[in-house]
Design a protein around this ligand. Structure first.
Ligand code: FES
Length: 149
C-alpha cells in the first residue's frame, strides 16, 4: 500500500465540514459567553480597583466606576475556578446601579444566592468575590483610586 492509497481512504470532505461546524460552534459559544457574562472584562480608568487572594490561592480583581453616587460599571477578572468566575460575575452584577451603602450590604451569602447556590466546599469562591468587591468599595470610599495595573 503506497502513501496516496492510505490517504485516499480518508473522508476529507466529512472532516472538512466537521471542522467548519466545530469552529462555528466554538465561535458562537465564545460570542454568547461574552454576551451572557459582560462583566468579565477589564475597565478603562476605574474609580477603584481591588485584587484579593482567596484561601485556595486563587485571585480576583474587581473594578468599579461610579457616576452620580451609584455604580455605573463593574467588572471582574479571576484566575480561579468556574465557581469563582460565576461569583465574580454575580458580585459585579449585584453592584451595578447601587449606592456605596447598598454595595456594602452585598455579602458572600448574597453572591451565593445570586448564583443559585454553591457546594459547601466552594463557598470560599463566593467569599472571594464578596471580599474583593468590598475591598474595591473601601478603596473608592477612601478616595485611594488605586490602579492595580
Ligand atoms: Fe479558588 Fe474557587 S477554588 S476561587
Amino acid at each position: 500500500m503506497d502513501f496516496l492509497t492510505i490517504f485516499s481512504g480518508i473522508p476529507w470532505t466529512t472532516i472538512g465540514v466537521g471542522s467548519l461546524v466545530l469552529i462555528l460552534v466554538v465561535g458562537i459559544w465564545i460570542l454568547l459567553l461574552n454576551r451572557v457574562n459582560p462583566t468579565l472584562a477589564s475597565m478603562d480608568e476605574p474609580d477603584a480597583v481591588a485584587i484579593a487572594k482567596g484561601r485556595c490561592g486563587d485571585s480576583m480583581k474587581i473594578s468599579l466606576k461610579f457616576n452620580k453616587g451609584r455604580v455605573a460599571d463593574a467588572t471582574y477578572w479571576t484566575d480561579g475556578c468556574k465557581f469563582s468566575s460565576a461569583c465574580g460575575a454575580a458580585a459585579t452584577r449585584l453592584a451595578l446601579g447601587k449606592s456605596p451603602e447598598e454595595v456594602a450590604d452585598i455579602s458572600y451569602m448574597s453572591v451565593k444566592d445570586a448564583v443559585g447556590g454553591l457546594p459547601e466546599e466552594d463557598m470560599h469562591c463566593a467569599t472571594l468575590a464578596a471580599d474583593t468587591l468590598q475591598e474595591s468599595l473601601r478603596i473608592y470610599c477612601l478616595g485611594i483610586n488605586k490602579k492595580a495595573e
